[in-house]
Design a protein around this ligand. Structure first.
Ligand SMILES: [Zn+2]
Ligand SMILES: [Zn+2]
Length: 475
């Protein structure tokens, strides 16, 4: 027997004519996204697995790819002659090495610019020639949870005069020019406190390992930032946006505009259910576009073939919607508040989705909410829900696997910093992903019922496409 999801994917047929495929390449400004290559260029699934990271090595930080292997900007290779010594040990980066010549009283000392903002550099900090301001900013950024976001799509120029204006772009620039977290973790070591033995302990091998580890972590920060930014721009239920939602009573039940030829009570009930599904669809519809835009910004996603992108979006849409809506489920009142404030009673959702699924949706929302994730973490979680290797018919599994793995690593890193004492949280989140997936599968099966009654349903075309509900006899 076909599961609902099988038919979701089997219905993929004429992708090139579909609305979703129009939405995917068209409505998103590619140049606004870090390092995205042309979607159409990655149509051939066979060409992709060996180079999922693209080939963009533009010096502009916002177009730098997020992965270590191809990130030339990540390692601080250019150094001034008198700084060379400070690169030999990671420890020496912790304090910053003065780049002033010994006669620093001289007014003729060279002006060496901060690689981040161009202000006068005070030394070599976290692996990069930088000013005091950027040094402090980088330390604070790494120590606290990342909740930075940019109002201008991550494209701000970071200069001395405006460096405080956009933290997101400033932190991105710090990462792009090669600032490394390592020294932050070890904290400041006072001068002269190290024994000779400690200084020689780092063998070449150890250093190589450190460099590799560092690069990997930088790539993870980049993913965290990018996904966080994508989430904040597309999810309407972030802590900030949710404040402006004002609740209003609402019902999915509307007067049937069918004629009386429907006949039996059973048919009338069916028509009612379809109508309620259709009414709910109008409220879910805008999220489809936003989930697509969110997806396109997930590092690596746009490098997948268009067919694979569609499979992931179609199969994952409901799960992402649900994870974005969790804050709006109220288990006490037994209501779901839609993004525009309309409050739907659970009883009405029961009719649309069946009581079993709705109960699971409520209990998922409650237990997920109890984990108290911030918006960046919810964004990473929903990105993990999207890029899922268990979706059927993926053509380039290697690439999807890679993206999935990186996203999970990024979520793990974010969790480890922001929820340090909750050692089980990451595995709890993996459990939550499985629960969400199970609900998604059941919802997929349920759609079969609506697909059979397509003639009773008049949903907007994009909604019909994401759930493969035909619009006409010929579809
Ligand atoms: Zn600076
Ligand atoms: Zn910015």
């Amino acid at each position: 027997m076909n599961t609902g999801l099988d038919s979701v994917v089997n219905g993929l047929g004429p992708v090139e004519n579909g609305l979703l495929s129009e939405v995917i390449p068209g409505n998103i400004s590619l140049d606004s996204m870090p390092g995205l290559t042309d979607v159409n260029a990655s149509n051939n699934p066979c060409s992709a697995p060996s180079s999922p990271v693209g080939h963009n090595s533009s010096p502009h930080p916002s177009s730098r790819k997020a992965y270590p292997s191809l990130s030339p900007n990540l390692s601080p290779t250019k150094t001034l002659p008198h700084q060379a010594a400070s690169q030999n040990g990671l420890a020496s980066q912790e304090q910053g090495t003065s780049i002033m010549m010994p006669d620093s009283n001289s007014t003729r000392q060279a002006f060496i610019p901060c690689k981040v903002c161009g202000d006068k550099a005070s030394g070599y900090h976290y692996g990069v020639t930088s000013c005091e301001g950027c040094k402090g900013f980088f330390r604070r950024s790494i120590q606290k949870q990342i909740e930075y976001r940019c109002l201008r799509d991550g494209k701000c120029l970071v200069m001395r005069l405006n460096r405080n204006r956009c933290q997101y772009c400033r932190f991105k620039k710090c990462l792009a020019v090669g600032m490394s977290r390592d020294s932050v973790r070890y904290g400041r070591v006072p001068k002269g406190s190290k024994t000779a033995e400690e200084q020689y302990v780092s063998s070449a091998e150890h250093q190589q390992y450190q460099v590799a580890l560092e690069k990997q972590q930088l790539a993870m920060y980049d993913i965290i930032l990018t996904v966080s930014q994508a989430h904040h721009s597309n999810c309407n239920t972030t802590d900030e946006k949710i404040k402006s939602i004002s609740k209003k009573t609402f019902t999915l039940i509307s007067k049937l505009d069918f004629d009386n030829t429907l006949g039996s009570t059973e048919h009338i009930l069916e028509a009612h259910r379809c109508q309620m599904f259709q009414n709910l669809a109008a409220y879910i519809l805008p999220t489809i576009q936003r989930v697509v835009e969110f997806a396109k910004r997930i590092p690596g996603f746009a490098d997948l073939s268009q067919d694979d992108q569609l499979i992931l979006i179609k199969c994952g849409f409901f799960e992402i919607w649900l994870s974005w809506m969790t804050k709006l489920f109220n288990s006490t009142d037994k209501t779901l508040t839609l993004e525009d404030g309309s409050v739907v009673p659970k009883g009405e959702l029961d009719i649309v989705y069946t009581p079993d699924i709705v109960s699971d949706m409520f209990s998922f929302a409650q237990s997920f909410g109890a984990l108290k994730l911030n918006d960046t973490e919810i964004g990473l979680f929903s990105a993990c829900a999207l890029v899922d290797t268990s979706r059927p018919n993926i053509s380039n599994m290697t690439m999807v696997e890679k993206i999935q793995e990186r996203l999970r690593e990024a979520l793990k890193l974010q969790i480890s910093r922001n929820h340090m004492s909750e050692t089980m949280l990451f595995s709890q989140l993996m459990d939550k992903l499985r629960q969400l997936h199970t609900i998604g599968l059941r919802h997929g099966q349920l759609l079969g019922w609506f697909r059979e009654r397509w003639y009773l349903i008049d949903t907007p075309p994009l909604f019909a496409e994401i759930y493969d509900i035909r619009k006409t006899e010929d579809d």
